[in-house]
Ligand binder design. Structure first.
Ligand code: NAI
Length: 306
């Protein structure tokens, strides 16, 4: 189980494309799968641009036996090698030889369970099946498979090639071996690992999402403008992004799904999603990825009124 050479990544959106990039840059053969061919072509373009950007800034180079980010000389062949190791597909069977599969599809328990059930049937028995879920129970996802000891949460932060943290989540039956192999893989990618038990939202989103939801309530109840809410949290608490900007960056649909998981899983009214967040998602204003969320990215100089 420990010798990870081939990886499957399911879902080629913001997170899946970044995870695939990270794995290819660190020497793994990667199959990136999406049901939407347009998402695959967007992912290929964004991975290629991102690798070239990292190379041109001198952040991506070959250091001894490892590929390492954040060193000082350029080695453009690294980018070409990484891109060669990355293949796209819409056919799940292509993932059958993977040593590990990381799922980064829509944040829905039913959809994830269906996928894990299919992955369980087509991947080799030794493969680890990991989920990048932000909040959904790993134990319940694992219940859709016949190998719950090999199912684990591997929660990357956005964007995966840059952010230094991976939150590893152990389901009720995750084995020590699965945990150790997953931790070693995250460390091979240059990440710092934290370990969470399997409770809704884990560590990071248990704390972050209620803050973002509260920022929506502050906007909804007219406490302040979106700009003042964001400036308040940036300059007042030294956060690099304000909570509303960050919500747009994450995706309001993802934020809403996570709040719903927290509300259902922890059973406390304080986690009820803000009506304004729900309304924005209903209106298709899901953030940067669609060009409009709390802010309008098509016309940055003229923000849309809430
Ligand atoms: P996204 O909406 O950018 O991408 C999801 C992709 O999955 C889409 O391209 C879609 O076509 C594809 N997809 C949906 N169902 C599929 C299926 N059954 N089979 C194959 N492909 C399928 O979403 P994003 O932001 O990349 O999030 C993905 C996962 O990562 C979610 O579970 C989310 O909670 C988690 N996550 C998101 C973060 C963020 O900041 N956006 C941060 C950390 C985790």
């Amino acid at each position: 189980m420990g010798n990870i050479k081939k990886m499957g990544v399911v879902g080629s959106g913001q997170m899946g494309s970044g995870i695939a990039q990270l794995a290819a840059v660190h020497g793994l053969d990667v199959w990136l799968l999406d049901t939407d061919p347009d998402a695959l072509s967007r992912a290929t373009k964004s991975i290629s641009n991102s690798i070239h950007r990292l190379i041109s800034k001198g952040h991506l180079t070959k250091a001894s036996n490892n590929l390492s980010l954040y060193s000082f000389c350029c080695f453009p062949a690294v980018g070409a090698e990484a891109l060669r190791r990355l293949r796209c597909t819409s056919n799940l069977e292509d993932l059958s030889a993977a040593d590990v599969v990381i799922e980064a599809i829509v944040e829905s328990e039913d959809v994830k369970k269906k996928l894990f059930n299919e992955l369980d049937l087509i991947t080799k028995r030794s493969a680890i099946l990991a989920s990048n879920t932000s909040s959904i129970s790993i134990t319940r996802i694992a219940s859709a498979t016949t190998r719950p000891s090999q199912v684990i949460g591997m929660h990357f932060m956005n964007p995966p090639p840059i952010m230094k943290l991976v939150e590893i989540v152990r389901g009720a039956d995750t084995s020590d071996e699965t945990f150790n192999v997953t931790k070693a893989l995250a460390e091979r990618f240059g990440k710092t690992v934290i370990c969470s038990q399997d409770y809704s939202g884990f560590i990071v989103n248990r704390i972050l999402m209620p803050m973002i939801n509260e920022a929506f309530f502050a906007l909804y109840t007219g406490v302040a403008t979106k700009e003042d809410i964001d400036t308040g949290m940036k300059l007042g608490t030294n956060h690099p992004m304000g909570p509303l900007e960050l919500a747009d960056f994450i995706g309001l649909d993802i934020c809403l799904s996570i709040m719903r998981v927290l509300h259902a899983g922890l059973g406390d009214g304080k986690y009820a999603p803000c009506p304004l967040l729900i309304q924005y998602v209903d209106a298709g204003r899901v953030g940067r990825k669609r060009g409009i969320g709390v802010y309008n990215y098509a016309k940055v100089t003229e923000p849309v009124k809430p």
